[in-house]
Design a protein around this ligand. Structure first.
Ligand SMILES: *Cc1c(COP(=O)(O)O)cnc(C)c1O
Length: 434
């Protein structure tokens, strides 16, 4: 195939202006070395997953599921051992009964803390939905209601750890330290696995028995190592993000020490029952196959994030992370500067979707937010953010947060469509020369 066939496809069939196409291709020429490195990481992680599957002798019978109580579900139990092997932990809990990432984090925390204990976040305020779990915002059933206190030490203005105050915050009550790897929707740097390792080493030197938990959401398979390789006692995440590979229709995981995971299992089901119960109802195949695809899917999402950072930075917008920074999660933010810009960006992502591409996203007053929010998602799985999705609050600096893309080609097209929408509305000017 020659380039003109490709250009025709984009420009004649897929609604992309020639200027947008040419600009995108020029940007991509400069990204080939970085993309090659991402492919190497994916290759390594693919083998890591494959090795764990082979070691555990995955067989056809593991792909079917149990019903009722779910006793002796070998597919479920084997998958948990595979997760434990991939994360290099003693055990793992991988369940469709874990509703989402927030639920997995709640189970991990509530299971491993007792009244009188204290929880510490040494990396600033955690993800929004954690506010109610912890009781930062009063909430029914929060840890605060059970007499579990909370302390927080913010990152220093340059993004580094405030070691002095972390040391002061650790006391005789401190039982668990929660470390969020991804910046989520905050304006702080995402933490590399190496940095997480340094922080854990510091904490453990002061108090060796403290449990170090990492909120691993959006971080899985982005690097060669995971936080559990550098001392985390527990890593927690969602299966409708990275490790589900886009195929898991729901679920979450907790991997960690035998003790931490057992506690979590007793909390998730019931004291006395623990890991022994929990029917998988035919979901196993999607969990296995999604995990198998996850390293490649994450690579595609990462390429999309880097592509977006590079095009939008060249177009004069502020992007976080910037065009050259190293990546430790799959989230990209682009500050569009105006409500029209944010809306056009999201409309482009929506118009590029495989599902609901004909739908027009509109800003709405979402509960829990102090301004209208616009969201674009045309996903096979509701709310899945390993699929290409974007959202942002309608307030300055009008930042779109976007992530995912089950394939690099779809992520690329989505970003081109976002540019196209903005271009048509006169909200950006494409430079003649780079
Ligand atoms: C997505 C996410 C969560 C959990 O969110 P859910 O929507 O409940 O899955 C928690 N922490 C971080 C950093 C996240 O990105």
């Amino acid at each position: 195939m020659n380039t003109s066939d490709m250009k025709q496809m984009y420009c004649k069939n897929m609604g992309i202006d020639e200027k947008v196409y040419d600009f995108s291709e020029k940007i991509l020429e400069g990204l080939q070395d970085r993309f090659a490195k991402i492919d190497k990481t994916a290759e390594y992680n693919q083998l890591k997953v494959l090795q764990a599957m082979q070691k555990n002798k995955v067989a056809e019978m593991h792909l079917t599921g149990s019903t009722g109580y779910g006793y002796n579900d070998e597919g479920r139990d084997t998958l948990e051992q595979i997760y434990a092997d991939i994360f290099h932990t003693e055990a793992a809990l991988v369940r469709p009964q874990i509703v989402c990432g927030t639920h997995a984090l709640n189970v991990a925390l509530a299971a491993n803390l007792r009244p009188g204990d204290e929880l510490l976040s040494p990396v600033g305020k955690p993800y929004d939905t954690m506010d109610e779990i912890i009781g930062i915002r009063p909430s029914k059933g929060s840890l605060a209601e059970y007499g579990i206190s909370y302390r927080q030490v913010d990152l220093l203005p340059d993004g580094s750890f405030d070691y002095d105050n972390i040391a002061k915050a650790i006391n005789e009550k401190t039982k668990l330290v929660t470390i969020q790897r991804s910046k989520g929707y905050a304006q702080r740097p995402t933490l590399s696995v190496a940095r997480i390792g340094e922080l854990i080493a510091f904490v453990k030197k002061i108090k060796p028995e403290v449990i170090c938990m990492v909120d691993n959401c959006y971080g899985e398979f982005v690097e060669l190592a995971e936080p559990s390789d550098v001392g985390a006692d527990m890593v927690v995440g969602s299966l409708i993000k990275n490790p589900g590979g886009g195929l898991a229709p729901c679920g979450g995981y907790i991997a960690g020490t035998k003790e931490c995971v057992e506690q979590a299992a007793y909390r998730l089901s019931s004291p006395g029952l623990g890991k022994e119960v929990g029917a998988t109802l035919g979901i196993n195949q999607s969990f296995y196959q999604g995990l198998f695809l996850a390293p490649t899917v994450v690579a595609g999402a990462l390429k999309g994030a880097i592509f977006a950072a590079n095009v939008y930075e060249k177009l004069g917008f502020k992007v976080i992370p910037n065009s050259t920074e190293s990546r430790h999660d799959i989230i990209q933010s682009v500050e569009l500067g105006t409500p029209e810009g944010l809306i056009a960006f999201c409309k482009g992502i929506q118009a590029a979707a495989p599902v609901d591409s004909y739908v027009t996203p509109e800003p709405w007053a979402m509960p829990g937010y102090d301004s209208d929010v616009i969201m674009a998602a045309g996903a096979f799985v509701q709310g899945s953010s390993i699929e290409l999705s974007a959202d942002g609050p309608l307030k300055a600096p009008y930042a779109a947060y976007f992530q995912g893309g089950l394939t690099w080609y779809h992520a690329k097209y989505g970003i081109m469509m976002s540019m196209q929408q903005m271009y048509e509305k006169g909200l950006l000017t494409i430079p003649e020369k780079l």
